[in-house]
Design a protein around this ligand. Structure first.
Ligand code: 4NP
Length: 158
């Protein structure tokens, strides 16, 4: 299973999601590949925001090596599931989809915990460290649910 985490800048939410998901995959010994990217190109090549790095560190994860990149149509070919952090990201990814096959890969990440509710992970960029902690908690909850799903059906029926 190849999983792509997508947000707007690829320096706050999606790098956290990449780090958390990769950590769980390792802990549960699952076979999956995870990457992240942003819909905007402002932070290409940059490390995650210092506040995202700090919150990850507080939870025992080092995400300092991750670097920003922008979503491209090729990602529809390179990944099996594309998780949008919020509804705007979801909408923007869907606009770039070429066909039904592309579209059915795109999900709102919190729907893994609260199906069909389309809950967004709020953008913490203009917030404070506590907002990043909330981001962490939401993402951790979602990644735990994804992990369970991967364990249950080995990714065949996602
Ligand atoms: P992210 O947060 O989408 O969670 O990485 C943002 C980071 C930067 C910007 C927007 C959102 N920005 O506009 O630069």
């Amino acid at each position: 299973m190849r999983i792509l985490m997508v947000c707007l800048g690829n320096i706050c939410r999606s790098p956290l999601a990449e780090g958390v998901m990769r950590d769980k995959i390792g802990k549960y010994n699952l076979q999956a590949i995870v990457d992240s990217c942003g819909m905007g190109g402002w932070h290409v090549g940059e490390a995650p925001d210092s506040r995202a790095q700090q919150v990850a560190k507080n939870h025992g994860l080092d995400i300092s090596q991750l670097r920003g990149r922008k979503f491209s149509r090729r990602d529809f070919d390179d990944f099996d599931i594309i998780y949008a952090m919020d509804y705007e990201n979801y909408h923007d990814i869907m606009q770039l989809a070429r066909n039904t096959w592309d579209r059915q890969k795109v999900r709102m990440i919190m729907n893994e915990v609260y199906p069909n509710e389309n809950i967004s992970v709020p953008d913490p960029y203009y917030g404070v460290l506590q907002d990043y902690e909330t981001t962490w908690e939401m993402i951790d909850e979602a990644c735990e649910a994804i992990t369970k799903k991967l364990q249950l059906n080995d990714g065949v029926q996602f």
